[in-house]
Design a protein around this ligand. Structure first.
Ligand code: ADP
Ligand code: MG
Length: 209
């Protein structure tokens, strides 16, 4: 399965979510490839901080040739994640054409949920060529122990994609772990943060069946 983590909005958590999901799937025994399409290369920096000992493969490919190259690159992997680029560009379109599923991390604030219409439109355009393409929103950086605001729920509810039940909270651990080339799954496997990541994995696997 190929999954692109996309949202042109910076800070929505594409890199955080991509690395954590890639790690969680690899811990479940799947062979995982993570493709960094952000020219800034945060995911490559993360892998470099581990001295090449990432628990999954990481490559950088920040040119809009993903849809052509990915079938070959994905050979031998069970799951491929694409850490999306920061702007809507040919790179984003290429990523959408390369995958089966688009995951859109979104911060639960009105400004952020309004901004998702761009990526929603791109996915909808792509379904003309790829009718089996699916997408979902993943709430990221939710403030712990708060309900989603009514506005957030209403705006996301108007879009044609579901919102995953599993949500990722705003937790310092997510940021701290990435800075040192780790993940919460490794640094704190029994934490609430790790439980949240694993719940997303379960939901994606359940939806796949
Ligand atoms: P993007 O790749 O979409 O630009 P990042 O994953 O780099 O987003 O996240 C942007 C910033 O927000 C980073 O500093 C990251 O550490 C922080 N961040 C993202 N998700 C969370 C979270 N769930 N909890 C705390 N900090 C987060
Ligand atoms: Mg990023």
């Amino acid at each position: 399965m190929k999954i692109a983590v996309l949202n042109q909005k910076g800070g929505s958590g594409k890199t955080t979510v991509s690395i954590h999901l890639a790690h969680a799937f690899s811990m479940r025994g799947y062979r995982v490839l993570l493709v960094d399409t952000d020219p800034q290369g945060s995911t490559r920096d993360w892998a470099a901080a581990r001295n090449g000992e990432a628990p999954f493969s990481v490559i950088g490919l920040d040119r809009p040739i993903l849809h052509k190259e990915l079938p070959k690159l994905a050979q031998g992997y069970d799951f491929v994640f694409i850490d999306g680029a920061p702007r809507v560009s040919d790179l984003t379109r290429s990523a959408i054409m390369a995958v089966d599923f688009v995951l859109v991390p979104v911060q639960p604030s009105p400004l952020d949920v309004w901004a998702v219409h761009e990526v929603v439109e791109l996915v909808q355009e792509a379904t003309i060529y790829k009718p089996d393409l699916t997408a979902a929103f993943l709430i990221n950086r939710k403030i712990v122990n708060t309900a989603l605001g009514r506005e957030v729920t209403e705006v996301l509810g108007e879009y044609p994609f579901p919102v995953l039940k599993a949500q990722i909270s705003q937790r310092v651990a997510f940021a701290e772990c990435l800075n040192i080339g780790s993940t919460v799954l490794e640094a704190a496997p029994k934490s609430a943060a790790s439980d949240e990541v694993r719940a997303v994995v379960e939901e994606i696997l359940a939806a796949k069946e």
